[in-house]
Design a protein around this ligand. Structure first.
Ligand SMILES: Cc1cc2nc3c(=O)[nH]c(=O)nc-3n(C[C@H](O)[C@H](O)[C@H](O)COP(=O)(O)O)c2cc1C
Length: 145
């Protein structure tokens, strides 16, 4: 059974290139081996991540991510059973929530992801992906859909 899970968190340290690289390097390998696909939006001190895959695998991964000391204030935004993946081609793509780009910037306090509804946050992530704001696309791993 496939599920899609979305969570939100705050980075503990500044979100440097090195931090993002370290997270994604691990994610690309483990996710490809375990049939996880998704998107990691990061910037302005927050992470917004979509995880798709078999329910047991996503649950295990979420537990590990939850315990990761590089971020805090994790909140589960959305979780649903899905018929098919939305991001089947990505073991973990990256979207930059850059504060210098009006297209991706989070407008605090008008759009505070910590108080916004899950549907609104999902729509925001979809819009970023549709507008081609994916800045880092991992190699295809042929994850089954
Ligand atoms: C924001 C964020 C997103 C992450 N996403 C993933 C991911 O998609 N897949 C993954 O395997 N690890 C991801 N990690 C790393 C895990 O939290 C964890 O560090 C890693 O799986 C290694 O776990 P271990 O030290 O228990 O082996 C992420 C970490 C952070 C902070």
């Amino acid at each position: 059974m496939l599920i899609r899970l979305i969570y939100l968190s705050r980075a503990v340290d500044p979100q440097t290139h090195a931090l993002t690289e370290a997270i994604l390097r691990k994610a690309h390998v483990w996710n490809a081996e375990n049939g996880i696909t998704g998107v990691l939006c990061e910037g302005q001190g927050v992470f917004l991540q979509v995880l798709e895959g078999e329910r047991a695998k996503v649950t295990r991964l979420y537990a590990r991510i939850f315990a990761d000391p590089r971020h805090q204030d994790l909140e589960l935004i959305h979780c649903e059973t899905i018929a098919e993946r939305r991001y089947a081609q990505w073991s973990m793509a990256r979207v930059s929530l850059s504060d210098v780009d009006p297209q991706t910037r989070i407008e605090w306090p008008e759009f505070d992801p910590y108080s916004a509804h899950g549907q609104r946050i999902m729509a925001r992530i979809d819009a970023l992906v549709e507008k081609g704001r994916v800045v880092d696309v991992p190699p295809a791993h042929g994850v089954p859909s």
